[in-house]
Design a protein around this ligand. Structure first.
Ligand code: PAN
Ligand code: ZN
Length: 192
């Protein structure tokens, strides 16, 4: 736990690389961590038979002055697809029902997907510079539809909690698939 003698606590963010320093925790998410999320299970299995590609990195700095303090996270989402589905984060909803979040896209292009537990769905187009507010009780996922790395900075309360189960069970209402070279929203068969 940090104390006032450590204040102010700052990290230095490099817009060119999408990295900040110092980092406390690095968490890599590979395809094996997301196999339930991508819709084309045969492509997932054939890819995993050869290798387990990195899909994104999460760099974290929890500002631990109290249990209700905030975390700073940077997600670096690699470009690419699994079959026809663009690389994306797992997606989750916060366990606490009063916990929002801010996402700041600093590099690349893609979409922020939002969804309530009842399946109300929204998508926000992202380019470098878009800052999005995620309301409490909306599941959130980022999707990289560009040719380069998609990078975003996140800030949330350490006490928010991350619940992945609703996304593992049913996913998001719409998939972002490549159709004729373009990112296209397609109704997920798991919802219809
Ligand atoms: C973010 C996410 C991060 C990785 O820091 O945790 O982008 O996405 P998943 O957690 O869905 O794998 C955040 O939303 N924190 O609350
Ligand atoms: Zn979150």
């Amino acid at each position: 736990m940090l104390s006032p003698k450590d204040y102010p606590i700052s990290v230095q963010y490099d817009f060119a690389s999408g990295k900040f320093d110092p980092v406390k925790i690095r968490d890599d998410r590979n395809l094996s961590d997301l196999q339930m999320m991508f819709h084309d299970k045969s492509v997932v299995q054939s890819t995993l038979a050869e290798a387990d590609p990195l899909i994104y990195e999460v760099w974290l700095h929890p500002f631990e002055t109290s249990k209700s303090d905030m975390a700073l996270g940077v997600t670096r989402l690699l470009p690419g697809k699994i079959g026809d589905e663009y690389h994306m984060t797992k997606g989750h909803i916060h366990e606490r029902d009063d916990q929002p979040e801010i996402y700041f896209c600093t590099q690349g292009e893609g979409y922020l997907l939002l969804q309530t537990i009842d399946g109300e769905f929204r998508a926000e187009r992202w380019t470098a510079g878009t800052i999005s507010h995620i309301p409490p009780m909306w599941a959130h996922r980022a999707v990289n539809t560009g040719a380069d790395m998609l990078v975003f900075v996140a800030s949330y309360h350490l006490s928010a909690g991350h619940d992945y189960a609703p996304i593992i069970n049913k996913g998001f209402r719409k998939l972002l698939l490549e159709r004729e070279g373009q990112p296209t929203f397609v109704e997920s068969p798991r919802w219809t």
